[in-house]
Design a protein around this ligand. Structure first.
Ligand code: GLC
Ligand code: CA
Length: 558
């Protein structure tokens, strides 16, 4: 049965997101239409048929707003406009209309934890007096120690260094300090301020009126801070698994939920209602589910799944915990393997340590990319067989690895400088993707143009054109898996049933006889007798005697 493909998105808003496959477009690196080396909205528009044919339901576009681009656009100077380097407001509205005409939804990215230091509010705050209304929209404090020369607390920026920067007052003297969880050019907003609340609800309404189907909420778990507790357990590391751990005064404070209840009222008041997805970093799946509900968010990214090592026991427990945590809330589990902040999973899965630890250490680990690619194919079938929504990151369908050897001089992630070069940062997963041809920029931009980050010279063989039609390619594996996921009635429900298997093989059934096997052992695993194999991540397929090779996954019907 075809569920929904082309034509108008089905009416009713919320509901579609519960099974959706959402494709993350990192705008700078997706497609460059005008040849300035930077991806843009016209580029995305030209590639919408690719996304429809791939079989995704929606795209999430990373921030497109005017920005100094200190942190890839996560430093917003004007939330209601489009950065000229990406296009115009007309282009954005046109993209939304084109996507809808192809049956694709569009999720925008909103950044409420902080603005850019170039935002008019922050400029006003700098020019204003301490304790003024303009200062109260941000988190300004007097320093400690003699003359206030010490930061107000020991909090650290996630990109390295202190989370506080001292300003000069209007008269030129050293003055107050302001909080920034990320770069110093990303001052944190003060969410107890009612101006801040009203402003963001108005920004949501503005974009909903322009047609966006929902928002991905950046650092959704951090808007409220507990200033009573200076010490913090999280590390200065955007990918550390300690990020979002228990008792972090910068994360998961109870007051944050009320903000999203207000946002949900705004989203529900639209016709059709719109959706809210949170970048929630919390200690466990149950704590993540605490953000979900009929009066709060519709979904949150499953970072516990993303960070999980390639080990059967660990994966089984994160799957079980996730499904259990969602059983009591009206929202679906979500599954994700990569995004624009994390080392690409082809590379992670080819290392001796396959989970996510400290970025500065992880970045130094060697990777067997052949092994990582095999596991990535198996992981895709695992993820796409689970109940709920899936988030794909551009290029994972091409099996792209992390570009670990970018020259120092091209690195743009603020984490590189702020960490004193301890972390190379996230540029390696943000290299512009290859579409076609044998020479740089591989169809990312017009022939002869240079992309903003250099592409590896051999990426022609990983391009969309090179993989299309090759049944052994990662791209065709994703295409077939997405088609089956849409069409097979067994994948529509909410539950999985674990079937008897050796400890290092994941074997579970869905409805209508559908089952998935993932072999994480070193030995071939025999699939049950008499089954009909729908898809196998191993291009050779299960061998004649139904043996599923190590690090391969299969979908079959019993
Ligand atoms: C989120 C984004 C990341 C950004 C940070 C600060 O984690 O995904 O790219 O650097 O927020 O906005
Ligand atoms: Ca461009």
């Amino acid at each position: 049965m075809m569920l929904r493909r082309q034509g108008e998105p089905s009416p009713g808003g919320p509901g579609w997101e519960r099974r959706a496959v959402v494709y993350e477009v990192y705008i700078r690196s997706f497609a460059d239409a005008n040849g300035d080396g930077i991806g843009d909205i016209a580029g995305i528009r030209s590639r919408l048929p690719y996304l429809r044919d791939l079989g995704v339901d929606a795209l999430w576009v990373t921030p497109w707003y005017p920005s100094p681009q200190v942190d890839g656009g996560y430093d917003v100077a004007d939330y209601r406009a489009i950065d000229p380097q990406f296009g115009t407001l007309g282009d954005a509205v046109g993209l939304i209309a084109d996507a809808h005409a192809l049956g694709l939804r569009v999720i925008a990215d909103i950044v409420p934890n902080h603005t850019s230091s170039a935002h008019p509010w922050f400029l006003e705050a700098l020019a204003a007096q301490p304790e003024s209304a303009a200062r109260s929209r941000y988190v300004f404090r007097d320093g400690r120690g003699a003359g206030g020369s010490e930061p107000p607390s020991d909090w650290l920026s996630i990109f390295g260094g202190p989370a506080w920067t001292r300003i000069h007052e209007a008269d030129g003297r050293p003055g107050q300090w302001y909080l920034h969880m990320f770069d110093a050019e990303q001052p944190d907003l003060e969410w107890s301020n009612l101006d801040v609340r009203a402003e963001f609800e108005d920004i949501l309404r503005t974009w909903f009126e322009r047609g966006v189907d929902g928002f991905r909420i950046d650092v959704a778990s951090s808007l409220v801070k507990d200033h009573g507790r200076p010490g913090q357990p999280h590390k200065a590391d955007p990918a550390s698994s300690a990020y979002g751990s228990v008792n972090d005064p910068l994360m998961n404070q109870p007051g944050v939920h009320e903000i999203y209840r207000g946002w949900r009222r705004v989203a529900d008041a639209q016709v059709p209602p719109r959706i809210l997805l949170g970048e929630v970093h919390a200690p466990n799946p149950a704590a993540v589910a605490g953000y979900l509900g009929a009066d709060e968010l519709h979904g949150a990214f499953n970072f516990h799944f993303l960070r999980c090592p390639w080990e059967a026991t660990a994966l089984r427990s994160v799957i079980d915990e996730t499904i259990a945590a969602h059983a009591s809330v009206p929202a679906s589990p979500t599954w994700v393997l990569s995004n624009h902040d994390e080392i690409r999973h082809v590379t992670r899965y080819g290392r001796s340590s396959t989970g996510i630890g400290d970025r500065s250490a992880d970045e130094r680990l060697a990777s067997d990319l052949k092994l990582g690619t095999r596991r990535a194919g198996a992981a895709a079938l695992l993820m796409l067989a689970l109940p709920g929504a899936v988030y794909l990151y551009q290029g994972e369908e091409l099996g792209l690895p992390e570009v670990a050897d970018l020259p120092d001089g091209v690195l743009r992630d603020p984490a590189w400088e702020r960490s004193g070069h301890a972390m190379r940062g996230r540029d390696g997963c943000r290299v512009p993707i290859p579409w076609s041809g044998k020479a740089i920029p591989f169809g990312f931009g017009p022939t002869g143009t240079a992309p903003w980050l250099p592409q590896p010279g051999d990426w022609g063989r990983r391009s969309v054109a090179a993989q299309s039609g090759d049944p052994r390619s990662m791209l065709e594996l994703y295409r077939r898996a997405l088609r089956i996921r849409h069409e097979h009635p067994g994948l529509a429900g909410d539950t999985i049933r674990w079937l008897t298997s050796p400890g290092d093989v994941l074997l579970f059934g869905r409805d209508a006889g559908f089952a998935c096997a993932v072999n994480l052992s070193a030995e071939p695993f025999p699939l049950p007798a008499g089954v009909d194999v729908l898809l196998c991540s191993d291009a050779a397929g299960p061998s004649g005697d139904r043996m599923l090779a190590a690090d391969a996954a299969a979908w079959f019907v019993r």
